[in-house]
Ligand binder design. Structure first.
Ligand SMILES: Nc1nc2c(ncn2[C@@H]2O[C@H](COP(=O)(O)OP(=O)(O)OP(=O)(O)O)[C@@H](O)[C@H]2O)c(=O)[nH]1
Ligand SMILES: [Mg+2]
Length: 419
């Protein structure tokens, strides 16, 4: 059993003006959740409102003193800044605070990633990001990344004690990059094989903790870990899903997004995030119980754009509706691209599959048509206009199963059978 050490921390941020305070608080709430996920606890938060920026310590001298006193008074040894700090700023802050350790939001996120990475590729990706980002920030005071033990702290994947020796670092980074390149190549090969299969690819994307893994499990029995923790999923899982009409798609669960996701991490996870880039359709999942849901969708779309994964058909899935009063078992469809469901109670999952199918087929529908023998000429015409899947010759005439777009359905309206 791992010893559980709840480490308390002071959270610090800066607001450019009083107007920005609400935004800053939201981001700090999220930082507190990240800290909770990492096994820590918020003790207090300090926000400085100021329009100038102190390059040496970010916050002003008076604020540094305030934080130092807060820490001393409650025996707090960790201060987390909600924005990226340079190695020099960390050194200066630690010097002035005289005791507590200083980390930033990105280091905390990397730390969570280090704990959650399970596959070889995930671990390599995190270690590389840590070497690039965290290591330079810890150099100088003789600190080693493994120093924090069971609490929050930058435990490297596989407990690797990160070396501070620069040359050694460089060699390790090169080796990681090489290994990752190889894995990325393998991924490409697998992807190419999947492409050849012609099965449409659907990626489940969205903010962390929205319920993406729960949804994949509900739809496919994938058995992916879902947790009330941020970044529970780091490695994509793909499962085959059969839609109501028999059409198949490949459904992939992906790593969640968050505000200010460190760029090094996006870069390091590029190859896994590519699952979203190469998808044919995106399902953007959000949590209706979260007052920030719309904002989370916006952040998700921004990051997708950065990854070059935008401009695809999107289905917006509003999840966790079981928490809403009187939510119907059948789910709610706002329009062709927005539906309300609960992955946990399965409410609306059939609706989701039907809506997804409509997008997959691009307005096309699979129908059964009946032609008398006198109309046989129409069948050969149909071959050139639609995907004919099955033909059955009977006594009275011919039954054809085919996928038709809307125009085509209009032309063959008299032949389409409605059960
Ligand atoms: N009430 C309710 N809770 C849900 C629902 N779907 C998921 N959850 C809960 O939300 C939490 C997060 O679910 P996950 O499926 O792990 O979320 P995720 O989007 O995969 O999160 P990351 O992998 O961390 O990005 C878990 O505690 C789930 O049990 C739902 O429909 N209703
Ligand atoms: Mg997940």
């Amino acid at each position: 059993m791992e010893e559980i050490v709840v480490r308390r921390a002071v959270l610090v941020s800066i607001a450019g003006s009083a107007r920005d305070l609400a935004e800053v608080e939201k981001s700090l709430d999220e930082l507190a959740r990240l800290l909770d996920t990492a096994g820590g606890e918020e003790y207090a938060r300090v926000v400085q409102v100021k329009d100038s920026f102190d390059v040496r310590t970010c916050i002003g001298t008076g604020k540094v003193r305030e934080v130092a006193e807060l820490c001393r008074g409650a025996d707090i040894d960790l201060v987390i800044f909600d924005f990226e700090l340079t190695p020099a700023q960390i050194r200066n802050l630690e010097q002035d605070l005289d005791g507590p350790e200083v980390i930033d939001r990105s280091m905390l996120i990397l730390d969570i990633f280090a704990h959650h990475a399970t596959t070889g590729e995930g671990k390599l990706q995190v270690e590389l990001a840590q070497l690039k980002y965290t290591a330079p920030r810890l150099v100088g005071k003789g600190k080693a990344l493994s120093r924090l033990g069971g609490g929050i702290g930058t435990r490297g994947p596989g407990e690797t004690k990160l070396e501070t020796d620069k040359r050694h670092l460089r060699e390790r980074m090169n080796s990681l990059e090489r290994q990752l390149e190889e894995l990325s190549h393998n991924r490409e090969v697998m992807r190419a094989a999947r492409d050849r299969s012609g099965i449409p690819k659907v990626a489940i994307v969205g903010y962390t903790n929205a319920g993406k893994s729960t949804l994949l499990n509900a739809l496919t029995d994938a058995g992916v870990l879902s947790q009330d923790k941020l970044f529970a999923t780091l490695d994509p899982t793909t499962r085959r899903l059969t839609l109501p009409s028999g059409e198949e798609v490949l459904l992939t669960d992906t790593v969640g997004f968050i505000r200010k996701l460190p760029h090094h991490l996006i870069h390091a996870f590029r190859s896994t995030l590519d699952e979203a880039r190469y998808a044919d359709i995106l399902m953007i999942v959000s949590d209706v119980t979260d007052p920030e849901a719309e904002e989370h969708i916006a952040v998700t779309e921004e990051l997708l754009d950065e990854l070059g994964a935008s401009g695809k058909p999107v289905l917006y899935v509003y999840n966790k509706c079981d928490q809403l009063p009187d939510f119907p078992e059948s789910g709610i469809k706002k329009d062709e691209t927005r539906i309300y469901i609960s992955a946990e109670s399965s409410a609306g999952l059939t609706l989701l599959l039907e809506t997804l199918e409509a997008i997959v087929l691009g307005g096309k529908e699979r129908v059964t048509l009946f032609f008398t023998y006198a109309e046989q000429g129409k069948i050969s015409a149909l071959h050139s206009e639609a995907t004919v899947e099955a033909i059955e010759y009977g006594e009275e005439g011919v039954l054809v199963t085919a996928v038709l777009d809307e125009k085509c359905r209009g032309r063959y309206a008299s032949n389409i059978r409605h059960e």
